[in-house]
Design a protein around this ligand. Structure first.
Ligand SMILES: Cc1cc2nc3c(=O)[nH]c(=O)nc-3n(C[C@H](O)[C@H](O)[C@H](O)COP(=O)(O)OP(=O)(O)OC[C@H]3O[C@@H](n4cnc5c(N)ncnc54)[C@H](O)[C@@H]3O)c2cc1C
Ligand SMILES: NC(=O)c1ccc[n+]([C@@H]2O[C@H](COP(=O)([O-])OP(=O)(O)OC[C@H]3O[C@@H](n4cnc5c(N)ncnc54)[C@H](OP(=O)(O)O)[C@@H]3O)[C@@H](O)[C@H]2O)c1
Length: 490
């Protein structure tokens, strides 16, 4: 009999999981509390309890060639960075085209997931769902948690003395939908992540004054890289803030930057450098998110010192049976969709028994090693942050789908050059091995055509592409020169 897997949530992680289960011969049932697929990308005018919420103007900060399901490129006339409504259309197209909708029960909330009485033998789970006020209990062989991690706002009120007596209004960015309510107001935005910078820039066009307070600063980058190419087709680094307008708004004085808030008075904010902004009408806490799984005993995911302890950001090591996985929790430096696709494929293989997990101690050692590196590279607040390419390569090798570049150079040099020197686009992870997509080679060879198409008014011959190889060569020569100089003067 096919093993029954419950999938909680039909955002991109849930859709990737349904498809991965089908590919492994598992029987998926997905419960989605809303009436649609897309999760966070399904915009609503009001934030809904237990669901991610975005503002009306959100555009993606990953480009279409890097943010697709690996066997489902965007239509070539799609812009490189998309408005949330366009991404939502694409997600729905994917669900329809891959025939996934029939596995989803909409407007059904998972309220409880508990180990079944004989869990240590079967690895089964008791799952309670609620629809129209009616509860139902079922037993599943495995659970894939895809409920999102930008749902529960981090509102650090205790870190801001005096906030209780502040007479203006304050909200979290999760509840921000648009600038209308702030017209003519004096607004303080706390936090310089992507939400904070987007919101501050948008408000700066209609509010009377906008300040951003940041405790540790951020690297602010433009989506547009050299020669007009999308940044993530050319480079992948630590997650910066993407804002094409923020530097211009700051330099024109429409947005002012301040350090962390030391305290609030009844009408103003006093910053760490002693300066003050007041009177303030509204404060927007763009202070990010915490994660929670209200339907699950917390100790399963946070098995030590209240910190997330998941092997490869997916499997809780202490479980007697590896029948529960979390998809979409890691904060990858690349786009979410291809990351969740690989995570789901590996998880489904573990559930189906065609891949296995290492022993408990090896998993904990790996978690400790990764945690140490993350704290060193990304700091305390970003321990879910993961280096994109290393992580994708690791998952792809578990599945047996990592392209063998040396073999490619011998058999298909044209493709090898694009794979090795070009962007680490998602199609690479369906080029060979299990889950291979026959269109992957062509998708890789035409990725630059789709990138430039929406930026051109007419056809002017074959699409040019950035000279990544020559840039690398230049950087290598520069390093050699520097080494030679050091060597001479040493
Ligand atoms: C403002 C913003 C912009 C972003 N921009 C980008 C970007 O440009 N590129 C990028 O790669 N990533 C971006 N992200 C990250 C984003 O989280 C991912 O792109 C992705 O949408 C996450 O998908 P998910 O399926 O894991 O979660 P979600 O999209 O949150 O979906 C979770 C689903 O689970 C359902 N659910 C939750 N609990 C239950 C329950 N108990 N029972 C039943 N259903 C449940 C919810 O209703 C929801 O539909 C952005 C995030 C934010 C907040
Ligand atoms: N256009 C887009 O595509 C877009 C738009 C919005 C969001 N997103 C994505 O959504 C995710 C969430 O983004 P986000 O901006 O909401 O959250 P975020 O990236 O977690 O940023 C939170 C910000 O709040 C600050 N902060 C947190 N706690 C604080 C405290 N106690 N005191 C002072 N400052 C505090 C952080 O400072 P530190 O850095 O010092 O911790 C950081 O600047 C990210 O993955 C982001 O890329 C994308």
């Amino acid at each position: 009999m096919r093993r029954r897997v419950v999938i909680i949530g039909a955002g991109v992680s849930g859709l990737a999981s349904i498809r991965a289960c089908l590919e492994e011969g598992l029987e998926p049932t997905c419960f989605e509390k809303s009436d649609d697929v897309g999760g966070l990308w399904k915009y609503t005018d009001h934030a809904e309890e237990g669901r991610a919420s975005i503002y009306q103007s959100v555009f993606t900060n990953s480009c279409k060639e890097m943010m697709c399901f690996p066997d489902f490129p965007y239509p070539d006339d799609y812009p490189n960075y998309m408005h949330n409504t366009e991404l939502q259309k694409y997600i729905k197209m994917f669900a329809q085209k891959k025939n996934l909708l029939k596995y989803i029960q909409f407007e059904t909330v998972v309220t409880s997931v508990k180990k079944h009485a004989n869990f240590s033998v079967t690895g089964q789970w008791d799952v309670v769902t609620e629809k129209d006020g009616n509860q139902e209990s079922s037993v599943f062989d495995a659970v894939l948690i895809c409920s999102g991690h930008h749902v529960y706002p981090n509102l650090p009120v205790d870190s801001f003395p005096g906030l209780a007596k502040f007479q203006g209004s304050y909200i979290h960015s999760r509840d921000y939908k648009g600038p209308e309510a702030f017209k003519g107001k004096r607004v303080l935005v706390i936090g310089l992540g992507n939400s904070g910078s987007d919101i501050a820039v948008e408000l700066s066009h209609t509010a009377s004054q906008v300040f951003i307070s940041t405790r540790s600063g951020s690297w602010v980058m433009s989506r547009v890289w050299d020669d007009g190419y999308p940044w993530d087709m050319v480079t992948l680094r630590k997650e910066p803030v993407f804002n094409d307008e923020l530097p211009a708004r700051i330099i024109c004085g429409a947005v002012s930057i301040k350090p962390n808030v030391k305290e609030f008075t009844e009408t103003s904010a006093v910053f760490q450098d002693g300066t003050e902004f007041g009177p303030i009408d509204s404060v927007i806490f763009a202070t990010g998110y915490g994660y929670a799984y209200p339907f699950l005993d917390d100790s399963i995911i946070k098995s030590r010192d209240n910190e997330v302890t998941l092997y490869k950001g997916i499997f809780p090591p202490p479980l007697e049976k590896p029948t529960l996985a979390v998809i979409g929790l890691v904060q990858s430096l690349g786009a979410a969709i291809p990351t969740t696709d690989l995570q789901a494929r590996w998880a489904a293989k573990i559930l189906a028994g065609s891949c296995t997990l290492p022993p408990f101690s090896a998993m904990m050692d790996d978690i400790d090693e990764k945690m140490g590196k993350k704290l060193k590279w990304f700091g305390q607040s970003q321990t879910l942050q993961t280096d994109y390419i290393t992580y994708m390569d690791e998952l792809a090798s578990f599945i047996g789908t990592k392209p063998n570049v040396l073999w490619l150079f011998l058999t298909d040099p044209k493709l090898a050059v694009e794979v090795y020197f070009g962007p680490c686009s998602p199609y690479q992870f369906r080029l060979t091995g299990p889950g291979k997509w026959d269109g992957a080679r062509n998708a890789i060879l035409t990725q630059w055509d789709r990138t430039v198409k929406p930026t051109r008014s007419r056809i002017v011959g074959g699409a040019q592409r950035p000279q990544t190889f020559f840039h690398l060569l230049k950087m290598l020569s520069l390093s050699m020169l520097l080494l030679a100089v050091l060597f001479v003067y040493h």
